[in-house]
Design a protein around this ligand. Structure first.
Ligand SMILES: [Zn+2]
Length: 429
Protein backbone atom coordinates (compact mmCIF):
# COMPACT_ATOMS: atom_id res chain seq x y z
CA UNK A 1 0.00 0.00 0.00
CA UNK A 2 2.82 2.40 0.85
CA UNK A 3 4.42 1.50 -2.43
CA UNK A 4 1.27 2.21 -4.39
CA UNK A 5 0.82 5.51 -2.56
CA UNK A 6 4.38 6.49 -3.33
CA UNK A 7 4.03 5.50 -6.96
CA UNK A 8 0.68 7.22 -7.19
CA UNK A 9 2.05 10.50 -5.87
CA UNK A 10 4.86 10.77 -8.41
CA UNK A 11 3.62 11.07 -11.96
CA UNK A 12 5.44 8.50 -14.07
CA UNK A 13 7.65 10.01 -16.76
CA UNK A 14 5.97 9.55 -20.14
CA UNK A 15 8.04 8.14 -22.98
CA UNK A 16 6.91 8.01 -26.56
CA UNK A 17 7.95 5.48 -29.14
CA UNK A 18 8.04 6.74 -32.72
CA UNK A 19 7.84 4.34 -35.64
CA UNK A 20 9.09 5.36 -39.07
CA UNK A 21 7.60 3.92 -42.25
CA UNK A 22 8.19 4.91 -45.86
CA UNK A 23 6.14 2.91 -48.37
CA UNK A 24 3.12 0.69 -47.86
CA UNK A 25 2.08 -2.22 -50.08
CA UNK A 26 5.21 -1.80 -52.18
CA UNK A 27 8.35 -3.76 -51.52
CA UNK A 28 11.39 -1.50 -51.64
CA UNK A 29 14.07 -2.91 -49.39
CA UNK A 30 14.12 -4.24 -45.86
CA UNK A 31 13.36 -1.02 -44.00
CA UNK A 32 11.57 0.94 -46.69
CA UNK A 33 8.48 -1.11 -47.49
CA UNK A 34 5.77 -2.79 -45.44
CA UNK A 35 2.63 -4.66 -46.57
CA UNK A 36 -0.69 -3.06 -45.56
CA UNK A 37 -1.47 -6.26 -43.60
CA UNK A 38 1.81 -6.04 -41.65
CA UNK A 39 1.15 -2.40 -40.79
CA UNK A 40 -2.27 -3.38 -39.47
CA UNK A 41 -0.82 -6.30 -37.44
CA UNK A 42 1.83 -4.04 -35.91
CA UNK A 43 -0.66 -1.33 -34.91
CA UNK A 44 -3.11 -3.90 -33.49
CA UNK A 45 -0.25 -5.52 -31.54
CA UNK A 46 0.68 -2.16 -29.97
CA UNK A 47 -2.99 -1.32 -29.31
CA UNK A 48 -3.60 -4.65 -27.59
CA UNK A 49 -0.63 -4.14 -25.28
CA UNK A 50 -2.12 -0.88 -24.02
CA UNK A 51 -0.41 1.78 -26.11
CA UNK A 52 -2.18 4.94 -27.20
CA UNK A 53 -1.44 6.88 -30.39
CA UNK A 54 -0.44 10.49 -30.93
CA UNK A 55 0.93 12.74 -33.70
CA UNK A 56 4.59 13.79 -34.00
CA UNK A 57 4.31 17.23 -32.37
CA UNK A 58 2.97 15.53 -29.19
CA UNK A 59 5.86 13.05 -29.00
CA UNK A 60 7.30 14.76 -25.91
CA UNK A 61 4.09 15.35 -24.01
CA UNK A 62 2.05 12.20 -24.21
CA UNK A 63 0.32 11.60 -20.87
CA UNK A 64 1.10 7.89 -20.92
CA UNK A 65 3.28 5.54 -22.92
CA UNK A 66 2.28 6.38 -26.46
CA UNK A 67 3.24 5.53 -29.99
CA UNK A 68 3.64 7.91 -32.91
CA UNK A 69 3.22 6.38 -36.38
CA UNK A 70 5.11 8.36 -39.02
CA UNK A 71 5.58 8.01 -42.78
CA UNK A 72 8.45 9.70 -44.64
CA UNK A 73 8.77 11.13 -48.16
CA UNK A 74 5.11 11.49 -49.27
CA UNK A 75 4.47 8.42 -51.40
CA UNK A 76 0.93 8.06 -52.74
CA UNK A 77 0.67 4.45 -51.47
CA UNK A 78 0.51 5.84 -47.92
CA UNK A 79 -2.75 7.59 -48.89
CA UNK A 80 -4.04 4.54 -50.78
CA UNK A 81 -2.97 1.71 -48.45
CA UNK A 82 -2.14 3.02 -44.98
CA UNK A 83 -4.70 5.81 -44.60
CA UNK A 84 -7.79 3.49 -44.88
CA UNK A 85 -6.24 0.88 -42.51
CA UNK A 86 -5.41 3.44 -39.82
CA UNK A 87 -8.78 5.19 -40.26
CA UNK A 88 -10.54 1.89 -39.60
CA UNK A 89 -8.44 1.39 -36.43
CA UNK A 90 -9.06 4.98 -35.30
CA UNK A 91 -5.33 5.73 -35.17
CA UNK A 92 -3.92 9.13 -36.25
CA UNK A 93 -0.53 9.29 -37.96
CA UNK A 94 2.00 11.84 -39.18
CA UNK A 95 3.11 12.34 -42.76
CA UNK A 96 6.53 13.97 -43.39
CA UNK A 97 6.36 15.13 -47.01
CA UNK A 98 9.06 16.34 -49.43
CA UNK A 99 7.13 19.44 -50.43
CA UNK A 100 8.58 19.79 -53.95
CA UNK A 101 7.44 16.20 -54.69
CA UNK A 102 3.80 16.68 -53.64
CA UNK A 103 1.51 16.30 -56.66
CA UNK A 104 4.18 14.68 -58.86
CA UNK A 105 4.07 11.11 -60.23
CA UNK A 106 3.86 8.52 -57.43
CA UNK A 107 3.43 11.12 -54.70
CA UNK A 108 0.40 12.31 -52.73
CA UNK A 109 -1.45 15.51 -53.79
CA UNK A 110 -2.25 18.56 -51.64
CA UNK A 111 -6.00 17.67 -51.80
CA UNK A 112 -5.24 14.20 -50.42
CA UNK A 113 -3.08 15.72 -47.69
CA UNK A 114 -5.96 18.05 -46.78
CA UNK A 115 -8.27 15.02 -46.49
CA UNK A 116 -5.77 13.20 -44.25
CA UNK A 117 -5.31 16.31 -42.12
CA UNK A 118 -9.09 16.59 -41.65
CA UNK A 119 -9.10 12.95 -40.48
CA UNK A 120 -6.61 13.79 -37.68
CA UNK A 121 -3.26 13.29 -39.41
CA UNK A 122 -0.45 15.78 -38.90
CA UNK A 123 1.29 16.96 -42.09
CA UNK A 124 4.93 17.84 -41.45
CA UNK A 125 8.04 18.72 -43.41
CA UNK A 126 10.66 16.35 -44.80
CA UNK A 127 12.38 19.44 -46.35
CA UNK A 128 11.75 20.86 -49.83
CA UNK A 129 14.07 18.60 -51.87
CA UNK A 130 15.25 15.77 -49.58
CA UNK A 131 18.71 17.31 -49.38
CA UNK A 132 21.37 15.81 -47.11
CA UNK A 133 21.24 18.74 -44.68
CA UNK A 134 24.63 18.04 -43.07
CA UNK A 135 26.27 18.90 -46.42
CA UNK A 136 24.72 22.36 -46.71
CA UNK A 137 26.11 25.72 -45.54
CA UNK A 138 23.69 27.75 -43.38
CA UNK A 139 22.04 29.76 -46.19
CA UNK A 140 21.18 26.64 -48.24
CA UNK A 141 20.07 24.78 -45.13
CA UNK A 142 17.78 27.68 -44.22
CA UNK A 143 16.26 27.65 -47.74
CA UNK A 144 15.38 23.91 -47.52
CA UNK A 145 13.64 24.44 -44.17
CA UNK A 146 11.84 27.69 -45.04
CA UNK A 147 10.64 26.64 -48.47
CA UNK A 148 8.92 23.50 -47.19
CA UNK A 149 7.35 25.37 -44.25
CA UNK A 150 6.01 27.96 -46.70
CA UNK A 151 4.56 25.33 -49.10
CA UNK A 152 2.63 23.64 -46.29
CA UNK A 153 1.33 27.00 -45.07
CA UNK A 154 0.24 28.02 -48.60
CA UNK A 155 -1.53 24.76 -49.45
CA UNK A 156 -2.94 23.58 -46.13
CA UNK A 157 -3.22 26.86 -44.24
CA UNK A 158 -1.44 25.43 -41.19
CA UNK A 159 2.08 25.53 -39.79
CA UNK A 160 4.07 22.29 -39.91
CA UNK A 161 5.33 21.91 -36.33
CA UNK A 162 8.01 19.29 -37.07
CA UNK A 163 10.59 18.26 -39.63
CA UNK A 164 12.09 14.82 -40.26
CA UNK A 165 15.70 15.16 -41.40
CA UNK A 166 16.29 13.31 -44.71
CA UNK A 167 18.26 10.06 -44.14
CA UNK A 168 17.86 10.73 -40.40
CA UNK A 169 21.10 12.74 -40.32
CA UNK A 170 21.61 16.09 -38.60
CA UNK A 171 24.36 17.99 -36.80
CA UNK A 172 24.40 20.92 -34.35
CA UNK A 173 24.16 23.42 -37.23
CA UNK A 174 21.10 21.65 -38.62
CA UNK A 175 19.47 21.51 -35.18
CA UNK A 176 20.23 25.22 -34.49
CA UNK A 177 18.70 26.44 -37.76
CA UNK A 178 15.75 24.03 -37.59
CA UNK A 179 14.84 25.45 -34.18
CA UNK A 180 14.32 28.85 -35.83
CA UNK A 181 11.47 27.46 -37.99
CA UNK A 182 10.08 24.37 -36.24
CA UNK A 183 9.24 23.11 -32.74
CA UNK A 184 10.65 19.63 -33.29
CA UNK A 185 13.05 17.66 -35.47
CA UNK A 186 13.26 13.90 -35.95
CA UNK A 187 16.32 11.80 -36.69
CA UNK A 188 16.40 8.02 -37.06
CA UNK A 189 18.54 7.02 -34.12
CA UNK A 190 17.12 4.50 -31.65
CA UNK A 191 15.59 5.54 -28.34
CA UNK A 192 12.37 6.79 -26.76
CA UNK A 193 11.38 10.44 -26.30
CA UNK A 194 10.88 11.92 -22.85
CA UNK A 195 10.93 15.36 -21.21
CA UNK A 196 14.72 15.62 -21.39
CA UNK A 197 15.14 14.53 -25.02
CA UNK A 198 16.49 17.26 -27.33
CA UNK A 199 13.32 18.41 -29.20
CA UNK A 200 15.46 19.00 -32.31
CA UNK A 201 16.76 15.40 -32.28
CA UNK A 202 13.81 13.19 -31.40
CA UNK A 203 14.36 9.48 -31.78
CA UNK A 204 12.76 7.11 -34.27
CA UNK A 205 14.06 3.54 -34.21
CA UNK A 206 14.28 1.68 -37.51
CA UNK A 207 11.58 -0.72 -38.67
CA UNK A 208 13.09 -4.19 -38.60
CA UNK A 209 12.09 -7.54 -40.08
CA UNK A 210 11.24 -8.68 -36.53
CA UNK A 211 8.53 -6.08 -36.01
CA UNK A 212 5.79 -8.59 -36.78
CA UNK A 213 6.67 -10.43 -33.58
CA UNK A 214 6.89 -9.69 -29.85
CA UNK A 215 10.14 -7.86 -30.61
CA UNK A 216 7.95 -4.84 -31.44
CA UNK A 217 6.69 -4.60 -27.85
CA UNK A 218 10.26 -4.89 -26.56
CA UNK A 219 11.26 -2.08 -28.91
CA UNK A 220 8.29 0.09 -27.85
CA UNK A 221 9.37 -0.22 -24.20
CA UNK A 222 13.14 0.11 -24.66
CA UNK A 223 13.62 2.09 -27.88
CA UNK A 224 16.46 -0.29 -28.79
CA UNK A 225 16.86 -1.41 -32.39
CA UNK A 226 19.46 -3.36 -34.37
CA UNK A 227 21.67 -0.29 -34.97
CA UNK A 228 22.95 -0.77 -31.39
CA UNK A 229 25.16 -3.55 -32.79
CA UNK A 230 27.13 -1.03 -34.90
CA UNK A 231 27.81 1.11 -31.82
CA UNK A 232 29.21 -1.96 -30.06
CA UNK A 233 31.77 -2.73 -32.81
CA UNK A 234 34.77 -1.02 -31.12
CA UNK A 235 34.28 -3.29 -28.10
CA UNK A 236 35.23 -6.23 -30.29
CA UNK A 237 38.65 -4.64 -30.84
CA UNK A 238 39.24 -3.44 -27.29
CA UNK A 239 42.58 -4.62 -25.86
CA UNK A 240 44.13 -4.49 -22.45
CA UNK A 241 47.88 -3.96 -22.17
CA UNK A 242 50.11 -1.03 -23.04
CA UNK A 243 49.53 0.61 -26.42
CA UNK A 244 52.68 1.84 -28.08
CA UNK A 245 52.07 5.02 -30.02
CA UNK A 246 51.07 8.70 -29.77
CA UNK A 247 47.77 10.04 -31.02
CA UNK A 248 46.91 10.82 -34.63
CA UNK A 249 47.37 14.61 -34.95
CA UNK A 250 44.47 15.14 -37.36
CA UNK A 251 41.86 13.71 -35.02
CA UNK A 252 39.47 16.22 -33.39
CA UNK A 253 39.05 14.92 -29.82
CA UNK A 254 36.18 17.32 -29.03
CA UNK A 255 33.70 17.32 -31.94
CA UNK A 256 30.31 18.92 -31.46
CA UNK A 257 29.22 21.26 -34.28
CA UNK A 258 29.35 18.62 -37.01
CA UNK A 259 28.01 15.84 -34.81
CA UNK A 260 24.60 14.13 -35.03
CA UNK A 261 23.55 11.69 -32.34
CA UNK A 262 26.03 8.97 -33.17
CA UNK A 263 28.81 8.35 -35.63
CA UNK A 264 31.02 5.34 -36.09
CA UNK A 265 34.02 5.31 -38.42
CA UNK A 266 36.21 2.36 -39.24
CA UNK A 267 39.38 3.18 -41.22
CA UNK A 268 41.28 0.28 -42.75
CA UNK A 269 44.63 0.34 -44.46
CA UNK A 270 47.26 -2.37 -44.84
CA UNK A 271 48.32 -3.53 -41.36
CA UNK A 272 46.34 -0.81 -39.56
CA UNK A 273 42.75 -0.17 -38.42
CA UNK A 274 41.19 2.74 -36.55
CA UNK A 275 37.84 2.93 -34.80
CA UNK A 276 36.20 6.22 -33.84
CA UNK A 277 32.87 6.14 -32.04
CA UNK A 278 31.29 9.55 -31.39
CA UNK A 279 28.16 10.02 -29.36
CA UNK A 280 26.10 13.05 -28.37
CA UNK A 281 23.49 13.49 -25.65
CA UNK A 282 22.06 17.03 -25.45
CA UNK A 283 25.02 19.32 -24.63
CA UNK A 284 27.53 16.52 -24.02
CA UNK A 285 29.59 14.61 -26.54
CA UNK A 286 31.97 11.71 -26.07
CA UNK A 287 34.45 9.95 -28.33
CA UNK A 288 36.27 6.63 -28.15
CA UNK A 289 39.24 6.32 -30.50
CA UNK A 290 41.26 3.13 -30.98
CA UNK A 291 44.19 2.36 -33.29
CA UNK A 292 45.20 -1.21 -33.88
CA UNK A 293 47.96 -2.79 -35.98
CA UNK A 294 51.53 -1.49 -36.37
CA UNK A 295 50.55 1.41 -34.11
CA UNK A 296 48.33 0.96 -31.10
CA UNK A 297 46.61 3.76 -29.25
CA UNK A 298 43.52 4.28 -27.03
CA UNK A 299 41.74 7.52 -26.25
CA UNK A 300 38.52 8.57 -24.57
CA UNK A 301 37.35 12.19 -24.57
CA UNK A 302 34.27 14.13 -23.46
CA UNK A 303 33.13 17.67 -24.27
CA UNK A 304 30.54 20.00 -22.81
CA UNK A 305 28.90 22.42 -25.15
CA UNK A 306 28.31 26.10 -24.36
CA UNK A 307 27.20 27.74 -27.63
CA UNK A 308 29.36 28.51 -29.62
CA UNK A 309 32.26 26.83 -27.74
CA UNK A 310 32.72 23.26 -26.50
CA UNK A 311 35.23 22.57 -23.74
CA UNK A 312 36.77 19.14 -23.49
CA UNK A 313 38.97 16.82 -21.54
CA UNK A 314 40.27 13.43 -22.55
CA UNK A 315 42.60 10.67 -21.55
CA UNK A 316 44.84 8.73 -23.92
CA UNK A 317 48.10 6.77 -23.85
CA UNK A 318 50.04 10.00 -23.45
CA UNK A 319 47.96 11.05 -20.46
CA UNK A 320 45.42 13.85 -20.11
CA UNK A 321 44.35 15.88 -23.16
CA UNK A 322 42.80 19.34 -22.83
CA UNK A 323 41.13 21.35 -25.56
CA UNK A 324 38.16 23.06 -27.10
CA UNK A 325 36.18 23.37 -30.31
CA UNK A 326 34.13 26.29 -31.65
CA UNK A 327 31.18 26.66 -34.00
CA UNK A 328 32.18 28.95 -36.90
CA UNK A 329 28.86 30.71 -37.70
CA UNK A 330 27.28 27.35 -38.58
CA UNK A 331 29.74 26.82 -41.46
CA UNK A 332 31.67 24.22 -39.49
CA UNK A 333 34.05 24.08 -36.57
CA UNK A 334 37.62 24.71 -35.40
CA UNK A 335 39.38 22.79 -32.63
CA UNK A 336 42.61 22.62 -30.72
CA UNK A 337 44.15 20.33 -28.07
CA UNK A 338 47.21 19.93 -25.90
CA UNK A 339 48.57 16.85 -24.15
CA UNK A 340 50.87 18.14 -21.33
CA UNK A 341 52.78 14.90 -20.60
CA UNK A 342 53.95 14.40 -24.19
CA UNK A 343 53.84 18.10 -25.17
CA UNK A 344 51.79 17.03 -28.20
CA UNK A 345 49.45 19.68 -29.61
CA UNK A 346 47.36 20.26 -32.69
CA UNK A 347 44.57 22.32 -34.20
CA UNK A 348 42.31 22.13 -37.21
CA UNK A 349 39.11 23.13 -38.96
CA UNK A 350 36.33 21.39 -40.85
CA UNK A 351 34.10 23.63 -42.97
CA UNK A 352 31.20 23.48 -45.42
CA UNK A 353 31.80 26.69 -47.44
CA UNK A 354 29.48 25.77 -50.35
CA UNK A 355 26.65 23.25 -50.79
CA UNK A 356 28.05 19.70 -50.92
CA UNK A 357 31.68 20.79 -50.48
CA UNK A 358 33.50 19.88 -47.28
CA UNK A 359 37.10 20.95 -46.54
CA UNK A 360 39.33 19.95 -43.64
CA UNK A 361 42.76 21.03 -42.55
CA UNK A 362 44.87 20.33 -39.50
CA UNK A 363 48.33 20.84 -38.09
CA UNK A 364 49.93 18.76 -35.35
CA UNK A 365 53.47 19.07 -33.98
CA UNK A 366 53.92 15.32 -34.46
CA UNK A 367 52.38 14.62 -37.91
CA UNK A 368 52.61 18.06 -39.51
CA UNK A 369 50.07 19.46 -41.94
CA UNK A 370 47.09 17.49 -43.30
CA UNK A 371 44.13 18.51 -45.45
CA UNK A 372 41.18 16.94 -47.20
CA UNK A 373 38.20 17.81 -49.34
CA UNK A 374 35.05 16.07 -50.43
CA UNK A 375 32.74 17.15 -53.23
CA UNK A 376 29.38 15.50 -53.90
CA UNK A 377 28.73 15.07 -57.62
CA UNK A 378 25.45 16.67 -58.72
CA UNK A 379 23.83 13.28 -59.41
CA UNK A 380 20.68 11.73 -57.87
CA UNK A 381 19.60 14.90 -56.05
CA UNK A 382 16.72 13.26 -54.14
CA UNK A 383 19.16 10.71 -52.70
CA UNK A 384 21.24 13.57 -51.29
CA UNK A 385 23.95 13.39 -54.00
CA UNK A 386 25.42 10.11 -52.71
CA UNK A 387 28.50 9.93 -54.99
CA UNK A 388 31.51 11.91 -53.89
CA UNK A 389 35.07 12.69 -54.97
CA UNK A 390 37.72 12.88 -52.28
CA UNK A 391 41.20 14.33 -52.19
CA UNK A 392 43.39 14.09 -49.08
CA UNK A 393 46.89 15.10 -48.10
CA UNK A 394 48.38 13.46 -45.03
CA UNK A 395 51.88 12.42 -43.87
CA UNK A 396 53.29 14.00 -47.06
CA UNK A 397 51.17 11.80 -49.30
CA UNK A 398 48.34 12.69 -51.69
CA UNK A 399 45.41 10.30 -51.74
CA UNK A 400 42.52 10.46 -54.21
CA UNK A 401 39.37 8.42 -54.31
CA UNK A 402 35.62 8.28 -54.14
CA UNK A 403 32.88 7.59 -51.67
CA UNK A 404 29.20 6.66 -51.78
CA UNK A 405 26.35 6.88 -49.29
CA UNK A 406 23.86 4.06 -48.82
CA UNK A 407 21.18 5.74 -46.68
CA UNK A 408 23.11 6.71 -43.54
CA UNK A 409 26.07 4.41 -44.29
CA UNK A 410 29.06 5.50 -46.31
CA UNK A 411 31.97 3.69 -47.96
CA UNK A 412 35.11 5.49 -49.07
CA UNK A 413 38.02 4.11 -51.05
CA UNK A 414 41.20 6.13 -51.56
CA UNK A 415 44.74 5.54 -52.73
CA UNK A 416 48.03 7.27 -53.53
CA UNK A 417 48.23 4.93 -56.57
CA UNK A 418 51.54 3.53 -55.26
CA UNK A 419 51.74 1.84 -51.88
CA UNK A 420 48.64 2.91 -49.96
CA UNK A 421 45.00 1.86 -50.28
CA UNK A 422 42.51 2.96 -47.62
CA UNK A 423 38.95 1.83 -47.03
CA UNK A 424 36.64 3.68 -44.68
CA UNK A 425 33.20 2.66 -43.42
CA UNK A 426 31.04 5.26 -41.65
CA UNK A 427 27.63 5.01 -40.05
CA UNK A 428 25.96 8.19 -38.90
CA UNK A 429 22.68 9.25 -37.34
ZN1 LIG B 1 13.23 10.37 -46.74
Amino acid sequence: MLVSLALGSVPAQAFSFVLVYHRVGVSSGMTLGVAAGSLKDQVVRLKNSGHTFEVASKAQNCNETCVVITFDDGYRDVYEEAFPVLKELGVPATFFVITEKVGTEGFVTWEELKEMQQAGWEIDSHTANHARLIDLPPYALQAELEKSQQAIRDHLGTEAPCVAYPFGVHDARVRNLTAEHYDCGFGMWMGLNGDTTDPMALHRPFISPWDNSDFLNFKAHSGIDHTLLIGLLPLADWQLGVPTDTRDSGLNPFPYTLLGDMEYDLDLSWGQRQHALKYRKNDFSAQVYLERGRHSYNELSVAYHLEPISLGVGYGNGGVILGASANLLNYGEAYGYYQPMTAQYGFGTELIPLPYLRVKSSYGNKDGFAAGMEYALPLVQEEGRPYRLNLDYDQQKWLAGGSAYFGSFKLKLSSDFQTTVKLKFSALW
